[in-house]
Design a protein around this ligand. Structure first.
Ligand code: ASP
Ligand code: MG
Length: 604
């Protein structure tokens, strides 16, 4: 008999009728020979309503009382569902988080699960009962046994953590959409349902999928190899499977990683090619990477930073063995990118050998400010200069001199408390099958603003100070790019640093950084609000030349100018003008053949 964990979200249990429908689905699953643990959310918008009540009483209610209040929502659902099951003749019992032994840290409103004591659930399952568990809540590990909640959307996390602890054969997340889609169907009606996605891809697509499946749940599934599927509770369609590789064995204590970073990766076989002062107009990146992919050269990191005037720098890394070929392509293209045939201060190629890439990764960094800053600070304390920075949702990569890499690795493992003996190589840490397409999904983010700081002295510690300050102000930073061009300013070599943050934080960041820039000898700080970020995500892009070129070409065909580029192994992001965001999203979604004819039914 297989053990299945099912989770039903708020809309799926939004009314008595729907709870009865869930009960029918649950008992059908039991009849087909499974034992079942069912995790439920609060009915409909209950949690929001409770938050509203609290706000009417206090503008800043204490977190302990909020947990006491919000945890009641789920308790209503478990009782009603358990009654509905008994009405159908299906033995069932409802249990709160505390009763099933979901032990969490003592952090009200954002507790992480430390461990689940499964004896009680097991006892009821053995009696043939369906165990109905309140999602989103737990009990603290301190002697006071406080009720805690896991943070909004936390029921997914409860479900996957239970599946991991009980070694369930699968975990099914029932929601009001048919699964994970290739992009936002409100913007691109041709968006299609995916049959499968890897957990790594899902994490990089967090901004697309987070409403459907909480990133913390995805991380637990990946770490414990939980077989996970997201599907609609309105139909019998198979939904989207979230696949994870066979994980290495891990203890069941400390189930949710309380650390923001769970891996440090090092890649020593890297060389850099940079094109300086290329014209800032549509089609340049497409042309460069198009030519490079025709030469079958696979590029790894790509960054493009912004500049005063009308030129950009584009830099990329390759494995050292193909550096000559990559350099030759760049050299061949550079003259054609000069505005005047003889202008020697334009389009210049520089290469760097003997460099290494160090990266930190972990879903815990989503929405947690200060992780990148801590990495930069750690490197600067070790006296290591950062040559390139590239960031994604769950990863920060820095290019440094190869001779610094042992020191960097040691310092980062110490700072983030990651065991350096179990370091996965970057590529082995990412799951991919023969079938994995180069691009799984495309996302648009229109809520970001771009800040740029000019003339940052090229010394260790500058990035650490800038991003340390933002972290102190509780501002999460997204894309970070450091310019390649080095300009001498007051006898000091300087670079520009640009990054994106949420638009709501732009004013605060601007005033704080203007102050700091004065004190540490940087130039002007500028803000641009009218930007959009378009990203492609796919594990199949690893080792496959031409994916970046195709992305940039799709934008060039629409005459869309690329303002910034950053990448991780499985993600490429471009900043474009805000008004071109949707057009860019559609063009890129089309270019990778993700568009389909079938219209996906979405709830209103
Ligand atoms: N009821 C909680 C919320 O609305 C938890 C959940 O539904 O996942 O955030
Ligand atoms: Mg949810």
């Amino acid at each position: 008999m297989a053990l299945v964990v099912q989770k039903y979200g708020g809309t799926s249990v939004g009314s008595v009728e729907r709870i009865k429908a869930v009960a029918r689905r649950v008992s059908k699953t039991v009849e087909s020979g499974n034992s079942l643990v069912v995790v439920v959310s609060a009915m409909g918008k209950t949690t929001d309503t409770l938050v509203g009540l609290a706000k009417e009483i206090s503008s800043n209610p204490c977190r302990r009382e909020m947990d006491m209040l919000l945890s009641t929502g789920e308790q209503v659902t478990i009782a009603l569902l358990s009654m509905a099951l008994k009405e159908l003749g299906q033995p069932a019992i409802s249990l709160t988080g505390a009763q099933v032994g979901i032990v969490t840290e003592a952090e009200h409103s954002r507790a992480r699960i430390l461990q689940i004591q499964t004896e009680r659930i097991q006892k009821h399952l053995n009696k043939g009962e369906v165990v109905v568990v309140a999602g989103f809540q737990g009990i603290s590990n301190k002697k006071d046994l406080e009720i805690t909640t896991l943070g909004r959307g936390g029921s997914d996390t409860s479900a996957v953590a239970l599946a991991a602890s009980l070694k369930a054969s699968r975990c099914e997340i029932y929601t009001d959409v048919p699964g994970i889609l290739t992009t936002d169907p409100r913007l691109v009606p041709e968006a299609q349902l995916m049959d499968e996605i890897t957990a790594d891809e899902m994490l990089e697509l967090a901004s697309l999928g987070a409403k459907v499946l909480h990133p913390r749940a995805v991380e637990i599934a990946r770490n414990y190899g939980v077989s996970l599927v997201v599907l609609s509770s309105w139909s019998d369609a198979p939904g989207t499977r979230v696949v994870s590789p066979m994980p290495k064995p891990r203890p069941m204590e400390g189930l949710e990683i309380t650390k923001a970073v769970d891996g440090v990766q090092l890649d020593t076989d890297q060389a850099k090619v940079a094109l300086l002062r290329v014209p800032d107009r549509p089609g340049i990146a497409a042309r460069l990477f198009g030519e490079i992919s025709r030469q079958k050269v696979d590029v790894d990191l790509i960054i493009q930073s912004i500049h005063e005037g009308n030129t950009n720098d584009i830099a990329f890394t390759v494995v050292e063995g193909v550096l000559q070929r990559a350099e030759a392509v760049a050299e061949a293209i550079a003259p054609a990118l000069r505005t005047q045939p003889s202008a020697s201060d334009e389009a210049e190629v520089i290469v760097a050998r003997r460099i290494a890439k160090v990266a930190i990764s972990g879903a815990g960094m989503i929405g947690r400010p200060g992780i990148a800053a801590k990495m930069f600070k750690t490197l600067s304390d070790a006296g290591i200069n950062i040559e390139m920075i590239s960031t994604s949702e769950v990863k920060v990569s820095c290019v440094i001199a190869r001779e610094d890499c042992d020191r960097a690795l040691e310092a980062l493992c110490r700072a983030f408390e990651v065991d350096s003996s179990s370091l996965p190589s970057v590529l082995n840490s990412i799951a991919k099958t023969e079938k994995t397409p180069p691009v799984r999904g495309v996302v648009l983010d229109r809520n970001q603003a771009r800040l740029a700081i000019r003339h940052v002295p090229d010394l260790p510690g500058m990035a650490a100070q800038i991003f340390g300050l933002l972290a102190k102000k509780n501002i999460s930073v997204d894309m970070i790019v450091q310019s390649q061009r080095c300009r001498i300013f007051d006898k000091m070599p300087t670079r520009d640093i640009a990054f994106t943050i949420a638009q709501v934080d732009a004013d605060l960041a601007h005033s704080a950084l203007t102050e700091l820039a004065k004190n540490i000898g940087c130039g002007e700080v500028s803000v641009e609000r009218a930007i959009a970020k378009v990203s492609i995500v796919g594990a199949g892009m690893i080792g496959q030349p031409g994916v970046a070129a195709k992305f940039f070409t799709a934008l060039a065909k629409e005459q869309i100018n690329i303002q910034m580029i950053t990448t991780s192994e499985i993600k490429i992001s471009c900043v474009v003008a805000e008004e071109e965001g949707v057009k860019a999203l559609k063009a890129v979604h089309d270019a990778f053949d993700l568009a389909g004819k079938e219209k996906i039914e979405m709830p209103a």
